[in-house]
Design a protein around this ligand. Structure first.
Ligand code: ADP
Length: 494
C-alpha cells in the first residue's frame, strides 16, 4: 500500500493540509480561512474551536481528494502560527477565552513591567520582554477571565500554543505536549535546561500544573481518535512555522541560514548545539529537538516584506498582480536615488523601533512609479541585509549561502539584488513550501518513512541560484544610502 505524510499547516489566516509523497511531491492540498477577531484597536483573537474545525475539515478534505484513507497516511506532522495562546477546560475541552494571537498588543503595558527582569528573561529564554510572547498572553487570560487563576491552580485548566491544542484535541484529550520549538516562544521555558522555569512562572504568576510536557520535534506523541479519519494515524512531528521552514529548507547544519519572504520576513540561522546570545537585537531560539539532540537558531524578523508589495498593488494601485512588480522595476536601470523604508508597523530587528513609520526619500521631479516600485523591492533586500549583518556579527563569521522561500522569493529581481547587496549566494529550491515540508519531514523521520537526513537532502532540487554581481564600492554606496534613510526615518519621530 502506498504511504504518504500529512502536514497540518495551521497559519494565522488559514488552516491548510498538504499530503506529500516520499519525494516531497504534493499529492493534495486543502485550505480554509477562518475569522480574524479584532475586539479593540491592536487586539487580535481567533476562535480555537474554529481553528480546530477548519484544520480537521481541511485534513479530511485532503485525504478524500487524494482518494486515500487513514491507512495510507504514515504519520501526521504539524506546523503552526507560533506564540498564539489557548487556555481550555481539561474536562470539557472548552476554551475559556478566545486564542490570543501573536500579533495582539494588549499585553504591551504588562511587558513593560517585565523590563526590569529582561536580563534574566534573555539568559533563560533567549527572548526579549515583549507582548509578542505567549507568557504575557497567558498571564492576561489568568488575570482577566473570571475565576481563571483559581481554576488553573486547582488543575482544572490547561495551557497550550496551537500545536499543543491540536494534538490534545486529535488524541481526544489524552496527550498534552508542546514541542521545544513552540515551548521556547512562551517566555516560560528555559532553553538551556529544556524545562519550564519556576522563576519565570512565578514572575508571571502562572501555575505550572497547566503547562504541557515539553517534547522533541520528531517523536511519537500519540494517535488520532478513530472518529476523525476512520482509524488511528500516528502524530509524530511538530514545529513552529519558522523552525519548520528552516528544517524544510534542509538547513540541518551549523551556519545554514534561510529567509522566508512572506507577508513579513523571518531569517533563521542554525547555530548548532549551542545557543548563541545576540548582541545585535536578534532572538535566540530552539530550532528543533531531534534524536536526543537540540539545535538552536538565531532569529530576526521584519514586520513588512510582501506586505509592502501588497501596499503598492492595493493602496497605490501601481499594478494588479504582485508578480508584475518585477517587470515594472526592471523597466528602469535603478531607483534614481529613491529609498523606501517600509516601516508601516514600526521597525523590527535589529532596530526595534515600534514608533517608526514608513518613509520615501530622494524624490525629484523625475521620480516615476517604476522608481518607487524598484526602491520598495530593494528595501525588502536591505531589511534582510540588516538581519544578515546582525547574524554575522553575533557568530563572528561570514555566511556564504542564503536559502530562500515564501511568495516574494519568486521575484528574480529581488533575489538578485539580495545576492548583490549581501554579497552572498542565494539559493531557491523548486518547492518554496518549506514550512509544511519541514513538518512532513519531521513526522516522516519519527516513523522511519525517512531513514536519515540524507534521504531528505536527496529530495531537494535547486530551482535557481543567484551570485553577487556588483563591486564592493557600489554595494557600500547603496548601503550607505539605505542607512541614512533608516536613520532619518527614526529621527522623524524623535
Ligand atoms: P504568507 O505566508 O505570509 O501569507 P506568502 O509566502 O504566501 O505569504 O507570500 C505572499 C506575499 O508575497 C504577499 O505579500 C505578496 O505581496 C508577495 N509576493 C508574491 N509574489 C511576489 C512577487 N513575484 N514579487 C514580490 N512580491 C510577491
Amino acid at each position: 500500500m502506498d504511504k504518504y505524510i500529512m502536514a497540518l499547516d495551521q497559519g494565522t489566516t488559514s488552516s491548510r493540509t498538504i499530503i506529500y509523497d516520499k519525494k516531497g511531491n504534493v499529492i493534495s492540498v486543502a485550505q480554509k480561512e477562518f475569522t480574524q477577531i479584532f475586539p479593540h484597536e491592536g487586539w487580535v483573537e481567533h476562535d480555537p474551536m474554529e481553528i480546530w474545525a477548519t484544520q480537521m475539515g481541511t485534513a479530511q478534505e485532503a485525504i478524500l481528494e487524494a482518494g486515500l484513507n487513514y491507512e495510507n497516511i504514515a504519520a501526521i506532522g504539524i506546523t503552526n502560527q507560533r506564540e498564539t495562546t489557548v487556555v481550555w477546560d481539561r474536562e470539557t475541552g472548552e476554551p475559556i477565552y478566545n486564542a490570543i494571537v501573536w500579533q495582539c498588543r494588549r499585553t504591551a503595558d504588562y511587558a513593560i513591567k517585565l523590563k526590569p527582569h529582561e536580563e534574566m528573561i534573555r539568559a533563560k529564554t533567549g527572548l526579549l520582554a515583549d507582548p509578542y510572547f505567549s507568557g504575557t498572553k497567558l498571564a492576561w487570560i489568568l488575570d482577566n477571565v473570571e475565576g481563571a487563576r483559581e481554576r488553573a491552580e486547582k488543575g482544572e485548566l490547561l495551557f497550550g500554543t496551537i500545536e499543543c491544542w491540536l494534538i490534545w484535541k486529535m488524541t481526544g484529550g489524552k496527550v498534552h505536549v508542546s514541542d521545544y520549538s513552540n515551548a521556547c516562544r512562551t517566555m516560560l521555558f528555559d532553553i538551556n535546561k529544556l524545562r519550564w522555569d519556576e522563576e519565570l512562572c512565578e514572575l508571571m504568576n502562572v501555575p505550572m500544573c497547566m503547562l504541557p510536557t515539553p517534547v522533541e520535534c520528531s517523536a511519537h506523541y500519540g494517535e488520532t481518535i478513530k472518529d476523525l479519519f476512520g482509524g488511528p494515524i500516528p502524530i509524530t512531528g511538530s514545529a513552529g512555522d519558522q523552525q519548520a521552514a528552516l528544517f524544510g529548507e534542509t538547513c540541518f547544519n551549523k551556519g545554514d541560514v534561510k529567509s522566508t519572504y512572506g507577508t513579513g520576513n523571518f531569517m533563521l540561522l542554525n547555530t548548532g548545539e549551542e545557543p548563541v546570545p545576540s548582541k545585535n537585537g536578534l532572538l535566540t531560539t530552539i530550532a528543533w529537538g531531534l534524536n536526543g539532540k537540540v539545535y538552536y537558531a538565531l532569529e530576526g524578523s521584519v514586520f513588512v516584506c510582501g506586505a509592502a508589495i501588497q501596499w503598492l498593488r492595493d493602496e497605490m494601485g501601481f499594478f494588479k498582480d504582485a508578480k508584475d512588480s518585477e517587470d515594472i522595476a526592471l523597466s528602469v536601470d535603478n531607483t534614481a536615488g529613491v529609498y523606501v523604508v517600509p516601516a508601516f508597523a514600526g521597525l523590527g530587528a535589529p532596530y526595534w523601533d515600534p514608533e517608526a513609520r514608513g518613509s520615501i526619500f530622494g524624490i525629484t521631479r523625475g521620480t516615476r512609479i517604476e522608481h518607487i516600485v524598484r526602491a520598495t523591492l530593494e528595501s525588502l533586500a536591505y531589511q534582510n541585509e540588516d538581519l544578515f549583518k546582525a547574524m554575522e556579527a553575533d557568530i563572528e563569521d561570514k555566511i556564504n549561502t542564503l536559502k530562500v522561500d515564501g511568495g516574494a522569493a519568486l521575484n528574480n529581481m529581488l533575489m538578485q539584488f539580495q545576492a548583490d547587496i549581501s554579497d552572498v549566494k542565494v539559493v531557491r529550491y523548486s518547492s518554496i513550501e518549506s514550512t509544511s515540508l519541514g513538518a512532513a519531514y519531521l513526522a516522516g523521520l519519527a516513523v522511519g518513512y525517512y531513514e536519515s537526513l540524507e534521504d531528505i537532502i536527496a529530495n531537494r532540487e535547486i530551482s535557481k541560484t543567484y551570485e553577487p554581481t556588483i563591486s564592493d564600492g557600489e554595494r557600500q554606496d547603496k548601503l550607505a544610502g539605505w542607512r541614512r534613510a533608516v536613520k532619518a526615518t527614526i529621527a522623524l519621530h524623535e
